[in-house]
Design a protein around this ligand. Structure first.
Ligand SMILES: NC(=O)c1ccc[n+]([C@@H]2O[C@H](COP(=O)([O-])OP(=O)(O)OC[C@H]3O[C@@H](n4cnc5c(N)ncnc54)[C@H](O)[C@@H]3O)[C@@H](O)[C@H]2O)c1
Length: 457
């Protein structure tokens, strides 16, 4: 352990001003930790804006892929990686480089454990890895979605405990000289949604103190067209959860109403389209076969867990979770019923699933309801294959152990039932309906196509 002797002439304000000046002149070294769906695009955005950027990841396959100028995310073409590399982007697993960074942004996963409790192990491991390399004046920002309090209760104490100098986290705008600055800024990306450019999504920023908030605002202000500073890290953390809980609850509401509409023989899609014409007070949400992705099915339960510490039951979250989690099983019942009407049993039927990613036009399988549905169909004795242009194969995941290869669409007529689980834009739905024996459509992808072969649910 070495001791850094603080130079008392360098106050926190001076450290802050130096870092902000580097950010404004785009000479600040930016480190992005966790080069996944969030971290890699962010690192590329900083690179594009002229910053020297280093990406850190413990996954050596990802680092090797980037070093050889290839991409592992469909929507990021290899040309973009090559261009970033020309502009100075580097990817590494060596955390020694942390000491050279001016701002460090953490974008690692925040999943749930098998008992549906927050799993912060990726965050804590990351903090332990960077703490020994920190130096005074650096900014550390957590972007991973998490419950209010994580930054100050988990990240800050770990940073102080694990660094091998006497660095402290700047608090209460003090003028201590041996400080790093810490902030939280949630990622608000909507994968597959190209209607808003990423840098046009306003960036929420909350610092542990005002110094941190000002540096983080300067960091994101250099690449986002608007930053929204809030008073604390907890407000920033809670803002992200409010956004995702709002989606989760409204999707649950529309999923439940879909089940009711099916029973009442009302077309929920037509109802939503009609309601969406109201110019105020209504935002359309759309039903589906269940919730997927790394955010909406998971994040609300971070808050539900934290609320227990305050003797508080988050009933909306629990109810929404219950409805959304049951949707894949309802879909299996609808498929069985559709086959039954044609005098076929689920047991032994050949079923082709179209689309396995959790939403259209993206290559992300995390928490996808397709996995639950395929597993449940197989358990009932169905012979299931799938097609998805984004997944040549499905291998073992965190919570499942499927071994499947994508089959071509050509032999669609051989299957007793085709189930549309993800409405990828590349599918020719008219052709699918023409060739299939039976189509169960969980996404309204066949809207406008008239055929007795279609069962919409
Ligand atoms: N994917 C989204 O659309 C989205 C949107 C908004 C917010 N978020 C949040 O952003 C965070 C990251 O999500 P993601 O989708 O990018 O996850 P991801 O799994 O795609 O990427 C995370 C990366 O972190 C790396 N990693 C894990 N532990 C590490 C460590 N100790 N050191 C360095 N790297 C490490 C992994 O190898 C992986 O490459 C999550 O908290 C998520 O909730 C995601």
């Amino acid at each position: 352990m070495h001791t850094v002797i603080p130079d008392q002439s360098i106050s926190a304000t001076l450290l802050k001003e130096v870092t902000i000046a580097k950010l404004q002149s785009r000479t600040a070294n930016i480190g992005v930790i966790g080069l996944g769906y969030v971290g890699l695009p962010l690192a590329l955005l900083f690179t594009e804006e002229g910053f020297p950027v280093t990406g850190f990841d413990i996954d050596s396959t990802k680092i090797d892929t980037l070093v050889s100028l290839r991409s592992y995310i469909c929507r990021i073409p290899e040309t973009e990686i090559a261009l970033a590399s020309d502009r100075g982007f580097r990817a590494t697993s060596n955390f020694m480089w942390i000491s050279k960074m001016d701002a460090i942004v953490i974008c690692v996963p925040t999943p749930l454990t098998e008992y549906r409790e927050p799993d912060l192990s990726y965050v804590t491991e990351t903090v332990k890895s960077i703490a020994p390399h920190l130096k005074a004046g650096q900014l550390v920002v957590l972007e991973s979605t998490t419950y209010p309090g994580t930054t100050e209760e988990i990240v800050v104490p770990l940073l102080e405990e694990r660094n091998f100098s006497d660095l402290r986290v700047s608090r209460n705008d003090s003028e201590a000289s041996n400080v790093v600055f810490v902030a939280f800024s949630p990622e608000r990306e909507d994968p597959g949604n190209n209607t808003v450019a990423r840098n046009e999504i306003p960036k929420i920023v909350g610092g542990v103190d005002r110094h941190a908030s000002e540096i983080a605002t300067a960091l994101y202000g250099s690449i986002f067209s608007r930053t929204v500073p809030v008073s604390s890290t907890t407000v920033a953390e809670m803002t992200k959860l409010l956004e995702n809980i709002y989606r989760c609850v409204n999707i649950a509401l529309v999923n439940e109403l879909k089940l009711l509409c099916l029973r009442m023989n009302i077309d929920i899609w037509e109802v939503i389209a009609a309601a969406a014409t109201k110019p105020f007070g209504f935002q359309p949400f759309y039903p589906g076969p269940g919730l997927g992705g790394h955010c909406i099915p998971i994040d609300p339960f971070y808050l539900a867990w934290k609320a227990k510490e305050f003797d508080f039951a988050t009933r909306f979250i629990e109810l929404a979770g219950e409805i959304n989690m049951a949707m894949p099983y309802h879909m299996v019942e609808f498929i069985a019923e559709a086959l039954n009407v044609r005098c076929k049993a689920l047991n032994g039927s050949k079923i082709m699933v179209l689309g396995v990613s959790y939403k259209k036009d993206i290559d992300d399988l995390r928490e996808s309801p397709a996995i639950t549905i395929i597993e449940a169909l197989q358990k009932s004795g169905a012979i299931v294959v799938y097609n998805d242009p984004y997944f040549p194969k499905i291998g073992k995941g965190r919570k499942y152990d499927l071994q499947m290869q994508c089959v071509p669409l050509e032999q669609i007529s051989q299957y007793d039932c085709v189930v549309i689980l993800t409405d990828h834009s590349s599918y020719d739905y008219q052709k699918i309906v023409d060739e299939a024996q039976l189509v169960v459509d969980t996404r309204n992808a066949t809207s406008g196509i008239l055929s007795e072969k279609i069962v919409r649910c």
